[in-house]
Design a protein around this ligand. Structure first.
Ligand code: ZN
Ligand code: ZN
Length: 339
């Protein structure tokens, strides 16, 4: 039994897959947003390690007044087309996205790539979409391998079918890790991943940053470094490191607004983006309700130039106040709790 590379396109919440699959791919509607319209440009679904099914995510966005959301699963676009269809149903513009795991200078960087549809049939899109497909197949293979290693080490995984049923997708490494937790072999994802490594398996794959950006650009995609101020993949991005990357890799932007940032972080990354002529993006990185956060109502104008590149116009503020200033974001992390 060979799992489909894009299993969640046929996920169970979709009432009539035949109709949806043959519906014409309509171009994204041109939209004009007010400056303070709510947008969230970094959202995960069941296509990677999130729990949002596309319809649930879009319903949440519509019910909470969002005008634009970007579906950016890790190394997968399996939810993108369904989310776009659901967005058309609910009046939410869904930007096609993906968060590609990349490698540069010996560490991983998460790269948000916006604006490439997985059903793009142009020759220019082939290298990028083929890279995504190849990586997807490799992830399914390392999941199979990790499961085998864990079970062979005397740790049965009876919870695995239930873990998979919850997301309705093929088996990816995160599902093996979750089953290891559910079956009480390890307390958390961190220890699960460490155990897989200790057993000789792996749970992550990365592609060279320069190659990913080159293929994304050929396809017309926009490349934004995700959560540059989050220090858990490696140190937070500094001005010097950004200059080093830009010397050989033509990035397009930085995620200058993120759920863990203080106003000082936002100021730093907005300034850094402006200094290098880069776009600013805004993302919660929501994986489900309260996981770790709900989608967040970022003001459209904070990502004005990026949205413009995606064909979404954002009007200037009517009162002439600055695009962003400290204190404007009611959900910003207070400086006193800065890590
Ligand atoms: Zn990330
Ligand atoms: Zn993410």
């Amino acid at each position: 039994m060979v799992p489909s590379p894009h299993p969640s396109r046929r996920s169970s919440e979709e009432p009539s897959p035949t109709v949806s699959q043959t519906a014409p791919a309509s171009p994204p509607a041109i939209r004009t947003l007010a400056a303070a319209d709510a947008v969230d440009l970094h959202l995960h679904t069941v296509a990677s390690d999130g729990f949002w099914r596309p319809a649930e995510l879009v319903d949440y966005l519509a019910d909470n007044g969002f005008t634009v959301g970007a579906v950016c699963d890790h190394d997968s676009q399996a939810s993108v087309l369904e989310a776009i269809r659901q967005g058309e149903r609910r009046g939410v513009t869904i930007v096609p996205g993906i968060e590609v795991t990349t490698r540069w200078d010996g560490r991983q960087w998460h790269l948000l790539v916006y604006g490439i549809r997985p059903d793009d049939e142009r020759a220019e899109a082939r290298p990028f979409l083929e890279m995504v497909e190849t990586t997807d197949a490799a992830f399914r293979e390392i999941a199979r391998d990790a499961r085998q290693r864990v079970e062979a080490s005397g740790r049965p995984l009876p919870s695995l079918p239930a873990v998979l049923a919850r997301t309705g997708t093929a088996m990816y490494p995160v599902h093996v890790l979750r089953a290891m937790i559910a079956d009480k072999h390890v307390p958390r994802l961190k220890e699960a991943a460490e155990l897989v490594n200790a057993l000789g398996g792996k749970f992550t794959i990365d592609n060279p940053l320069d190659e990913v950006v080159e293929k994304a650009h050929l396809a017309g995609g926009i490349c934004v470094i995700a959560h540059p101020g989050r220090p858990d993949l490696g140190p937070a991005l500094t001005a010097d490191v950004l200059e080093g990357i830009l010397a050989s890799v033509p990035l397009d932007g930085l995620e200058a607004h993120y759920r863990t940032y203080t106003d000082a972080d936002i100021a730093f990354y907005r300034d850094l983006a402006a200094t290098h002529g880069l776009l600013a993006s805004t993302g919660s990185d929501s994986h489900a309700l309260k996981t770790p956060v709900d989608p967040r109502a970022w003001q459209a104008i904070w990502a004005q130039d990026l949205l413009g590149r995606l064909g979404i116009e954002v009007k200037p503020r009517e009162d002439g106040s600055p695009v962003w200033a400290p204190g404007m974001d009611p959900l910003v992390v207070p400086a006193s709790t800065e890590k």
